[in-house]
Design a protein around this ligand. Structure first.
Ligand SMILES: [Zn+2]
Length: 350
């Protein structure tokens, strides 16, 4: 009840905009940025690999032996590499990983709700709007960084977003034509001269569109994004995966691990792809994060205001001018909204 009262107090508070955006330095047109999110993927699995109590629990796995064959190793270092090979073989050596609470390297969402819409809103607007407290098809109303970048002369027409979840047109207030490109949920890909892969995505999505699912398969989102990159070479890309959160809510731990492993593979593939394209080679940065955490042990599958642990997140950086510190082990506290200020900072690097 106390929680409910606090919830109501927060909702009636006015919008608090704590925007620390760095707009002093000019944006550098040569820089490219990929902001990638894995919905509700816990820092626990990122830094420790599969959890022994969860992967051994038949309640959460269709086949615990198979799940363990795929994702278990008694050695914690090997275990996390097995789950997220790209993170631990490339990012940990060439980039930075924040959020391992074992070292008090803490990353949290600043919004109290620890749900998807508030989390993505915090990341993309750089502020906590206490009136945004649930996942609903309602216009955000706050300025977001993708739109702002698309309005600069440096990145006009060079911003694109691909998301598995269908709520992003609302989170990003995406109504006006002429703003940045957004392809979300089961939206048809509207482009001239569709590639074979783009036509295939449209026809698959048409076949499943009568099921009214709020998210599409991450693979489709990824291929839609990749095709757009190959054809249009955007400078700022937002790519948002949903598979981990869906599996979590379905209480399928084996599938949750598989979705994370799959996202790791797609991110690695995208990294190799952009390094092979001259427009991006040596100029691209990946900022990878999540929109919220999840509960601990017994309620790992859930998240939100009343679920302890849900505000705990993580982020990773790889690419242009990112110092290869690897796994960060210093005591620190970063909030999701702070990552928003990082975006123009990365894009203004010389
Ligand atoms: Zn979420």
């Amino acid at each position: 009840m106390r929680g409910l009262v606090l919830c109501l107090v927060l909702m009636t508070m006015s919008v608090s905009v704590s925007n620390t955006r760095n707009t002093d330095r000019p944006l550098n047109p040569e820089n490219k940025l990929f902001i990638i999110t894995l919905d509700g993927f816990r820092w626990e699995e990122l830094f420790n690999g599969a959890d022994s109590s969860l992967i051994n629990n038949p309640e959460f796995n269709t086949d615990t032996l198979l799940a363990k064959a795929l994702y278990w190793d008694d050695d914690p270092g090997q275990r996390r590499s097995k789950l997220m090979p790209f993170f631990w073989s490339v990012i940990a050596k060439q980039g930075e990983l924040y959020g391992n609470r074992k070292y008090q390297n803490n990353v949290n969402v600043a919004n109290p709700y620890a749900l998807s819409y508030p989390g993505y809103s915090e990341l993309l607007t750089g502020s906590v709007d206490y009136s945004i407290w649930k996942n609903e098809k309602k216009k955000n109303g706050n300025k977001n960084i993708l739109d702002e970048l698309n309005q600069t002369s440096t990145y006009a027409g060079k911003v694109a977003a691909f998301t598995s979840w269908e709520l992003f047109p609302y989170i990003l207030d995406k109504e006006e034509k002429g703003s940045f490109v957004l392809n979300s949920g089961l939206q048809k890909i509207e482009e001239k001269n569709l590639s074979a892969a783009q036509s295939m995505i449209n026809s698959i999505q048409q076949k499943i569109s009568d099921k009214h699912v709020p998210t599409r398969y991450d693979e489709l989102t990824y291929v839609a994004c990749k095709e757009y990159i190959l054809k249009n070479k955007p400078s700022v890309v937002f790519l948002s995966f949903s598979g981990t959160d869906n599996a979590g809510h379905n209480k399928r731990y084996d599938q949750y691990l598989q979705e994370a492993n799959n996202a790791d593979r797609m991110i690695g593939e995208l990294w190799r792809l952009v390094q092979s394209i001259s427009d991006y080679e040596g100029r691209a940065t990946f900022l990878i994060t999540t929109d919220h955490g999840r509960g601990k042990k017994g309620n790992w599958y859930d998240h939100g205001f009343f679920v302890s642990g849900s505000s705990q997140t993580w982020y990773a950086l790889l690419g242009n001018k990112v110092v290869p510190h690897g796994e960060m082990k210093t005591k620190t506290q970063v909030y999701q909204k702070d990552l928003n200020a990082l975006i123009p900072e990365i894009l203004s690097r010389k």
